[in-house]
Design a protein around this ligand. Sequence first.
Ligand SMILES: *Cc1c(COP(=O)(O)O)cnc(C)c1O
Length: 392
Amino acid sequence: MPAWDQKLTELKQQHAYRQRRLMQAPQSVMVTLDDNTYLNFSSNDYLGLANHADVRGAAKQAIDDYGCGSGASQLINGYFQIHAECEQRLAEFLQVEQVVLFGSGYLANAGVLSAFSKRHGLILADKLNHASLLDAAAGTQAQLQRYQHGDHQHAQRMLEEHHREANLIVTDGVFSMDGDIAPLPQLSALRANYNSMLIVDDAHGIGVLGATGRGSLETLAMATDDVDILVGTFGKAFGSGGAFVAGQHALIDYLIQTARALIYTTAPAPALAAAACQSLQIITQQPERRARLHTNIDYFKHAIKSTGLSCLSSDSAIQGIILGSNEKALQFSQALEQRGILAVAVRPPTVPKNTARIRITLSSEHEFQQIDQLITALQDINHSYADHNDTK
Ligand SMILES: *Cc1c(COP(=O)(O)O)cnc(C)c1O
């Protein structure tokens, strides 16, 4: 049996085989999936923009103005006015010199780490960084070392041991599975003291955190240039697709000259850039969306306390309910689904061993009553789970 076939069999035996499910209506608080309707706590559409009329309108207009596909790499002739405009608006929003678009966050991270790492150099990364950063580091000729999650002192000890130049310190802003925020001020100090570059992927922070939506940096009262490179994506709060990298002119210029994940790939579809640009306008002009999201986050955090379930400490839209074993997380997820609620079980290797969890994502568009529905369901499921295991 070939290795891949063996692997498929193993996955099925270990209940780790995964199937894509069919979405039959746009992303929203209520979704239709495989012919059933669910209350949705699983999407990253934090501000309800993926199906916003103005965002759809901007994408349609861009198709009429620029066509569907960009037709070429940015460096050949696939870079359109709408891309430039989107980059310019983002630069102003983030208060940064320059922004460049990438096809996705996965590609942006590959591009950034390949461009700025050095052969035999050191990449220091938080242990819970997003998989795309891990893969990006693996694609370089630098050595990857991972410090304990959120532990800047551990990172510092690693830097001291190495005495190396051209170190990259790489972290998520908001961590995608735990929802907590990296110790960015401390990491920024390390960057200065150890002649290192600090690269922050704030895919879950930008648009969501900070008074104006500038993300983790704004929440921590930091300027964008307290870090060297800021990565953001359009697939989450922006409700579109694609990604961007922000930094000083020279750094972004270097990226455009050298990042293979930008050079050897077709420029993002103009419609996606147009949608992102429109979303940015909503993000800046409708702070009430962000306020509603944070009201919902507070409401959820308060309510979950009454259930006796243990929730990770997070002020972001990502809330993890730790259940421990894979089986328990799966049972909870399935029981929620039977009650018409979509909240996925996240299991190792996506999260550390024995921390299988239900990952809840909140949106500005959830009503309190819908959050109540989730809490009540969790309470019920927890009680019947406990009863069941008592009588065993
Ligand atoms: C989602 C995500 C990415 C990947 O972005 P895509 O545009 O979906 O490829 C990268 N980093 C983090 C932290 C993410 O959460």
